[in-house]
Write a protein that binds this ligand. Sequence first.
Ligand code: UDP
Length: 411
Amino acid sequence: MLEAVDIGTQHVGCYEDAAGGEVVARLEELAGPLRGARVLHLNATPYGGGVAEILRSEVPLLRDLGLDADWKIITGDEKFFSVTKKLHNALQGAEQELSAQERETYITHSVRNAHLLEERYDLIVVHDPQPLALPHFYGGDGTRWLWRCHIDTSEPNPRVWGFLEPYLSEYDAAAFTLEGFVPPGFPVERVEIIPPAIDPESPKNLELRPATARRVLQWIGVEVERPLITQVSRFDPWKDPLGVIEAYRLVREEFPESQLALVGSMALDDPEGWEIYHNIQEAAREDEGVHVFTNLTGVGNIEVNAFQRYSDVVIQKSIREGFGLVVSETLWKETPVVAGRAGGIPLQVEDGVSGYLVDSVEECAGRVIELLRQPGKGREMGVRGREAVREKFLLPRLISDELRLYAELLG
Ligand code: UDP
């Protein structure tokens, strides 16, 4: 049997304050016809990264709304996850070959996971490429399948895409973050555009008093009197952590007292993360102002909350990005953001209004310097950013969009 993730409980009524009573009422209305529907969310990791973040918040709410919802994780060894990381990178356009042996590894694990999927569901939502081939090996029994793609697949590597495409054609529907991410000639007819969202009620996004945020950061080793610049993200080349260090070095020429925190988490399905982590640590050793924090040393949701709240500027210098939950998480706390003009980030940041979008290390450094010089401007941008998140990127909106699609698929 596939492992089910233990999750907490939540009540949809708790979202009235953040999202508004009408939004919550609509959610309940949409869920009515789906009461009792057996829905499974399937992905590769219970922690680390945006998908796990969303599911931990979403599945308890689906249950509260009356659906019989579960969250399960596929199994795999390191060999499998290094193949799936290659798939992930190739789908985001990297030059990446997949050897015959790597294809075999992927298929063998998919067969095994399909057999382990013993319980029956009305609808299975498969997240990202790791469990993508499961419908093929599961056998038809009337289950409806939805592929939820969280990454930028606008220009997938053609050879790797050619390998995955036949498996995709077995889905009933697919959901992407942006219209532009749907690859040309996509084999699934029913395609929905649904951007992700953050959970205002999670420990990561709950209100924290400034004094508490400050104390939390002081406790883990941040020098709270010095200007603080932060990037929170998995250690992944697409998030450009080394570019962030370069930008910081330019900022420091103007603000010698400033410090940079690179806050990163290691995910179960991300062996590549370790190598990047070591490269970052090496770069950080040369520089007294650069600090690396990870989930391995106790940086969890509350600490991330404190970083996103207390930093003078938060950077998200992604080169490719599916959505970048960290951007909405930061704006929700009214902290100014300087972010790469990539993927789903421009959906969240209106350049010059609710933050800055940048295309290079120099531009990134320039905008950070500007915001350190004019903190009032940054605060105004943060306030506008929070309102945009309230309107578009809170969990009830995401669940409403999904329930509409579930109803169509199960109707
Ligand atoms: N995250 C975290 N600790 C870290 C780094 C990241 O909790 O050290 C969380 C972050 O707050 C966000 C998620 O992991 O909720 C990352 O999601 P995002 O969409 O930004 O990127 P992804 O990792 O999915 O590419």
